[in-house]
Design a protein around this ligand. Structure first.
Ligand SMILES: Nc1ncnc2c1ncn2[C@@H]1O[C@H](COP(=O)(O)OP(=O)(O)OP(=O)(O)O)[C@@H](O)[C@H]1O
Ligand SMILES: [Mg+2]
Length: 230
């Protein structure tokens, strides 16, 4: 069995008019360790919902989620938090950087959920990450003074600070121009190849999707593989 296996996932939401909107409808998804997967699909098809399920932030109505050989147990919140913190890094659609903190402090924030004092092994790793992402010269600035590309790279450093084996990226280049989107794509490839991080990336960009190893399209609540043809 692969690293991640979603089987028969169903998720409905209340549409505000007392009707249920079926978003994921019997979805299966298998991902190998070290893979780099792109998920595309029109707006509102459930891509963010799928990432939230992969990140254990959302519980499916039906179906099973196995990660690293363990079936996710939604009844134990402490265990879920531990899994998230140890195994999963998130890059959200709108970055979610805290405005009152510097880029550097934002990057180290997940460490504080684990330990009261940040140990030097984490500050050394953070320093390596900011150099890898080329934001070492702006790391003491607050988010509102950073460019869009710098913000996205800060969010990527924060997502990687706990050395996750799985990186979930929701439209990581959504707010970037073509050139910066291409650069961020290159960085994601670097993270995948050099750190061995498994990546699931949601994107509307054809170009970016083609940088992944395989491309899926979310349609009618299920995933179809596109075999690198969009
Ligand atoms: N908490 C919620 N309550 C009710 N409806 C929701 C909730 N979250 C998502 N939805 C609905 O589920 C559907 C899928 O939403 P989702 O955010 O997963 O789409 P998406 O594919 O990420 O879209 P986009 O490309 O625009 O980001 C949408 O119709 C949305 O309105
Ligand atoms: Mg979305």
């Amino acid at each position: 069995m692969g690293y991640i296996s979603l089987k028969g996932i169903r998720k409905c939401f209340d549409d505000g008019r007392e009707q249920e909107r079926k978003v994921l409808d019997g979805l299966d998804f298998d991902i190998e360790q070290g893979d780099f997967v792109a998920v595309t699909g029109v707006s509102g098809t459930g891509k963010t919902t799928l990432l939230n399920i992969l990140g254990t932030l959302l519980k499916p109505d039906e179906g099973t989620y196995i990660i690293g050989g363990t079936t996710v147990d939604y009844s134990d919140e402490a265990k879920l938090q531990q899994l998230r913190n140890r195994e999963i890094g998130f890059m959200f659609q709108d970055y979610w950087l805290l405005p009152q903190l510097t880029a550097w402090q934002n990057i180290l924030l997940p460490v504080l959920a684990q330990q009261k004092v940040i140990s030097s092994s984490y500050t050394e790793w953070a320093q390596k990450l900011v150099e890898l992402m080329d934001i070492h010269l702006v790391k003491d600035q607050k988010p509102h003074t950073l460019s869009g590309g710098e913000k996205s790279r800060t969010a990527m450093c924060r997502a990687l600070i706990m050395r996750p084996s799985l990186l979930l990226a929701d439209e990581p280049t959504g707010q970037l121009d073509n050139q910066h989107a291409q650069e961020l794509g290159n960085l994601l490839q670097k993270v995948n190849q050099q750190l061995g991080t498994t990546i699931v990336m949601v994107t509307h960009s054809e170009k970016l999707a083609l940088m992944a190893n395989s491309i899926y399209k979310l349609e009618n609540g299920r995933l179809n593989i596109l075999n690198n043809q969009i």
